[in-house]
Design a protein around this ligand. Structure first.
Ligand code: MN
Length: 499
């Protein structure tokens, strides 16, 4: 339904609702659900599509129970700006009554789409067919949903909203969660706490508020505490954050320090504060809600959970399936770090010959990572195949001390060139991240000129790093200024082999 129809129904002078014009949408497709106390209470379910909000009125509201089908009546398209409206539509106006933003967030078609445009194309096709399958990523609604058109009459405006069975589906009444995700108020105007009125656009929590147990010993031998770890991450954050932003994160948590229990956390199933960003990603048939770390506050939130190690994806949202980084991990098995240096120098000479941009960092443990920035034209499988080729070519140049064999027993006294860290949902420890081993070493960017015998990766720790970055600056600063194109590289490799 055209926007014109919506505008004509409104008296813009009287109502404070947005009139349309200023785009608020950015990289991902937004959705908003407004609880609307009009003549009859209903929920306005709105999905951003092709520059407008496709809109449905759901009298009974959405449900997280897959056995429940909720009638959704399609209404006029609304301007995107309407999605941020919360307040009262004055009497006499169309839709008069109070509106709260009951939920909002991002959504994406179930069949994916590399860019927003592709996602919109997929959604439009499903819309035309009358069956829209999509993933929601909101504060309240999460996971897979489907909207199915049921009316065959002229109006074609009757649909059903159904939750699909997944990690998020449940029998609990989601509508009991009745407050605005923006102000915390109910539609009756009751604030979150009787004593404390929450203002719109809540005040940001201070970092101090999220830090706990600063004195807890995390590295018993050195006596480093959780506070030391938090201070390190805060100091290094200007260098670290650019490598975390928009990348789904796996945390390795050590709530009781390096000698206590530890676990990897991908799915954020615990309660997380509403200012923490997450991203829903499909793993075979499951949806995993990954943490995003875009600012200092979210970084310290994660560290406060005991996350010593932070492992981001090699791709960024929204181009999750198109890596912008390829990593080769040089992993020594019963052989010195000097051998790793030899292999790295060989790789450096080779990549320089090919004019391929490449960077080095210590893994923080025993190995070295070669980081190769990519334009995002190739999917994970293509990147993985290319990584395998590069690993083979390095091996051919220095076969006596390297190995491509996976089983550790069969590659003793060799540097294993591991290309298998490239692939869907694989993660690699980020530069400047601390490792949970003795000495609190850090995965440290190093200059190619530093690839010399005697380089000791253990010398880069949470205590020495702040000084090192002051001296060397950010060695990875130019990482994404010149990205490699795989097919261009392949042509150069072909020529190099012919010679
Ligand atoms: Mn309404």
């Amino acid at each position: 339904m055209p926007l014109r129809k919506y505008r004509s129904k409104r008296n813009l002078a009287e109502s404070h609702e947005p009139a349309g014009g200023i785009p608020v949408s950015k990289k991902n497709l937004q959705f908003v659900i407004q609880k609307h106390a009009a003549t009859r209470l209903h929920y306005d379910f709105r999905l951003e599509l092709d520059g407008v909000l496709k809109s449905w009125a759901i009298p009974k509201g959405p449900s997280m129970d897959p056995s429940i089908k909720r009638l959704a009546i399609e209404v006029e398209d609304h301007p995107l700006e309407y999605g941020s409206f919360e307040g009262t539509i004055p009497p006499g106006n169309y839709g008069a009554g109070k509106v709260i933003i009951w939920d909002r967030g991002y959504y994406a078609p179930l069949n994916g789409g590399k860019t927003k445009k592709e996602q919109e194309k997929n959604l439009s096709e499903m819309y035309e067919k009358g069956e829209i399958k999509f993933l929601m990523y909101g504060d309240k609604l999460k996971g897979e949903f489907v909207l199915v058109r049921i009316s065959n009459d002229e109006s074609k405006n009757q649909w059903l909203l159904i939750k699909k069975k997944d990690d998020y589906s449940n029998k609990e009444e989601i509508l009991k969660s009745d407050r605005s995700v923006v102000t915390g108020e109910t539609i009756e105007g009751k604030p979150r706490n009787a004593s404390k009125v929450t203002k719109p656009h809540q005040t940001k929590p201070k970092i101090d508020d999220i830090e706990t147990n600063r004195d807890k010993i995390f590295w018993p031998n050195e006596g480093y505490t959780k506070g030391d770890l938090l201070d390190y991450y805060e100091a290094i954050s200007p260098y670290l954050l650019p490598f975390l932003k928009n990348r789904p994160i796996t945390l390795k948590r050590y709530p009781d320090g390096i000698e206590g229990n530890s676990f990897f956390q991908k799915n954020l199933i615990d309660y997380v504060p509403n200012w923490i960003k997450t991203i829903a990603i499909e793993h075979s048939s499951k949806i995993v809600n990954y943490l995003l770390i875009d600012d200092l506050k979210s970084l310290l939130y994660a560290v406060n959970l005991g996350a010593i190690e932070i492992h981001p994806f090699l791709s960024k949202y929204p181009e999750i399936d198109f890596p912008d980084l390829l990593v080769l991990d040089l992993d020594p098995v019963e052989i010195s770090f000097d051998a790793v240096i030899e292999v790295a120098k060989t790789a450096h000479a080779f990549f320089t010959e090919l004019k391929m941009t490449h960077f080095f960092k210590t893994s923080g443990k025993r190995g070295l990572h070669i980081m190769i920035p990519l334009n995002t034209k190739y999917d994970q499988d293509q990147v993985k195949n290319f990584a395998e080729l590069l690993a083979n070519l390095i091996y051919e140049r220095i076969p006596l001390i390297t190995s491509l064999i996976r089983e550790p027993k069969k590659r003793k006294n060799r540097v294993y060139i591991d290309y298998l860290q490239n692939g869907r949902t694989k993660t690699v420890v980020a530069p400047y991240v601390v490792r949970a081993v003795e000495g609190a070493p850090v995965s440290t960017p190093i200059n190619a000129s530093e690839l010399k015998k005697g380089l000791d990766p253990k010398s880069f720790t949470i205590k020495t790093m702040p000084k090192r970055v002051q001296q060397h600056g950010d060695i990875f600063d130019n990482m994404f200024k010149k990205k490699n194109d795989i097919s261009t590289c392949l042509k150069k490799i072909g020529k190099a082999i012919e010679k």
